[in-house]
Design a protein around this ligand. Structure first.
Ligand code: SF4
Length: 222
């Protein structure tokens, strides 16, 4: 992959998420994929509108909140996108590993399934935003993920929480029920708690542990 393909075209502003997604769809066509956390509806709506042939992948770890699974199905039924649920390998069964070894648990339930989801793809859309927290403060809109040999596109990198809220209101979109219960960042139920006012948005993820990222975003500082 050439480095030129990792540069945002000059006519696009980094806040123009619709333009960025439409550009990616034109540039990468059926080699584009989007992995969604279904934490909120914004990027799912944008991709469904501006890159409608792009598969939207849900990594089902076996430990997602019931609310997240419901929300993904609700959005799919409303927006009609190509929802692809990617699960861990058959030998990975529900167990207690999240209690003792979160790195291995995330690898078997997130990282390995992601590798399969990205196989054969040239570009990968994610929902990373700089305001998610210190570990994502420098996230680029477009970058080459050398670890995965893929162009990584973060159309909402420059968006604020207010931008997100305005978009949801403007387009009358539903939200994940957990959002209104104090979960600004939503992962697996064993490793996610609600946060208190003033806490970092991702403070509820692996709370009390050194871990801050699940391992999906390792090719850049994100
Ligand atoms: S977030 Fe927790 S439960 Fe989910 S895969 Fe990682 S360690 Fe396992």
């Amino acid at each position: 992959m050439s480095t030129a393909a990792t540069e945002l075209p000059a006519h696009l502003d980094e806040r123009d998420a619709a333009g960025i997604i439409a550009w990616a769809a034109g540039e990468f066509a059926d080699r584009l994929v989007f992995t969604a956390s279904f934490e909120d509806p914004v990027l799912v709506h944008l991709v469904a509108e501006h890159a409608p042939r792009t598969p939207i992948v849900l990594l089902d770890t076996q430990y997602l909140f019931a609310e997240t699974l419901w929300f993904a199905q609700k959005l799919q039924a409303t927006l009609g996108f190509d929802l692809q649920v990617v699960r861990p390998l058959a030998e990975v069964r529900p167990d207690d590993q999240w209690m003792t070894d979160v790195e291995s648990c995330c690898h078997r339930r997130k990282v390995e399934p992601l590798q399969r989801a990205l196989s054969g793809k040239a570009a990968w859309i994610t929902g990373i935003r700089r305001v998610d927290g210190p570990t994502r403060a420098d996230a680029p809109v477009v970058a080459f993920d050398a670890a995965r040999d893929i162009v990584k596109i973060n159309p909402l990198a420059a968006w604020s929480d207010g931008d997100l809220a305005s978009y949801i209101i403007e387009h009358e979109l539903p939200v994940n029920p957990l959002t209104e219960r104090g979960y600004p960042s939503i992962g697996c139920w064993p490793c996610t708690r609600p946060v208190a006012p003033g806490e970092d948005k991702r403070a509820g993820r692996w709370s009390g542990q050194a871990k801050t990222e699940c391992g999906l975003h390792v090719g850049e500082k994100s």
